[in-house]
Design a protein around this ligand. Structure first.
Ligand code: DAT
Ligand code: MG
Length: 142
């Protein structure tokens, strides 16, 4: 058994639409363990670190603007292969075509909103998970 940790965010659109509880419910229903949960407004400098891999992409500034536009629910969850498992629960990046049964596929988005409003973030590797956890929850660094 490879127990991993991942950093999950319910983005401002998800919190504003009242979907934070539904996302937590799906995480817990799958059997993952909640290690930390915190509702907070993220400052731009934290978000720029979080999304550093996208710093040169054209959607970087709008993404940081959006992510700082309202509170996010930051979550650390643990479990066997939780990094890949949560990405699977979340569905593909664009909710328009994300598979039914997934968070993005089931809960969609506001249709005239950009793709960045896709309800959740989930780390994509062990390295990113530990890097992102150190940004959001420094007290959880091992
Ligand atoms: P994911 O969140 O599925 O890991 P990502 O890491 O490639 O996707 O991108 C981070 C976020 O940036 C994503 O959740 C939504 C936004 N984004 C990605 N590609 C985009 C694009 N082509 N145009 C606008 N926003 C985009
Ligand atoms: Mg990503």
């Amino acid at each position: 058994v490879t127990t991993e940790r991942t950093l999950i965010l319910v983005k401002p659109d998800g919190v504003a639409r009242g979907l934070a509880g539904e996302v937590l419910r799906r995480i817990e229903a799958k059997g993952y363990v909640l290690e930390a949960v915190e509702l907070r407004r993220a400052p731009r400098d934290l978000l720029e670190l979080h999304y550093a891999e996208h710093a040169n992409r054209p959607f970087f500034a709008p993404l940081v603007d959006f992510m700082s536009s309202g509170p996010v629910l930051a979550v650390v969850a643990s479990g066997e292969r939780v990094i890949e498992g949560f990405r699977s629960l979340a569905g593909t990046t664009d909710p328009t075509t994300a598979a039914p049964g997934t968070i993005r596929g089931d809960l969609g988005r506001t249709w005239d909103a950009p793709v960045q409003q896709n309800i959740v973030h989930g780390s994509d590797s062990v390295e990113s998970a530990e890097r992102e956890i150190s940004i959001w929850f420094p007290f959880l660094v091992r």
